[in-house]
Design a protein around this ligand. Sequence first.
Ligand SMILES: [Zn+2]
Ligand SMILES: [Zn+2]
Length: 177
Amino acid sequence: MTTEAVHLLRQRGIQVTAQRLAVLRAVGSQPHITADRVAELVRAEIGAISHQSVYDALGVLVAGGLLRRIQPAGSSARFEDRVGDNHHHLICRSCGRMIDVDCAVGSAPCLTASEDSGYEIDEAEVVYWGRCPDCVAAASTSADSSSRAARAPRKTPRTPVRTARAPKRKRPERRRP
Ligand SMILES: [Zn+2]
Ligand SMILES: [Zn+2]
């Protein structure tokens, strides 16, 4: 892996450093890993490394196309080294487990938008949200053992109806030189 990684970095014109290699290895070992977890793994491997250095390395590797960054709504960014195939993700709402899922049909048909409006599209991000099999099983077991009331659908908390628009960001005042 290491020689391969060195080769990949050089190929993309990215300077090879022990930190970048360790970050690559960490992401390779745990797909959909968070930056915090990468930092833990890298520290275990090469010793002290600042959070900032981990973020920087991740940024360089993402920019170089060696890693893909996914930012699911309400979750911290995740990183993976399966790049370039435009695969999608299944995420469990309960436990947050994330797994890969190929494009619905063919190689990367999702990249063909019904209307591209002239954009040059290179990625489509599809997230299927739901519950993983374990969480579904856990929920049905607890439903059997606990009272029905507990299972009764919680009233959705009333979200304030947005009557007014969210406060507009102040238009940038004329900048003082
Ligand atoms: Zn789950
Ligand atoms: Zn993935």
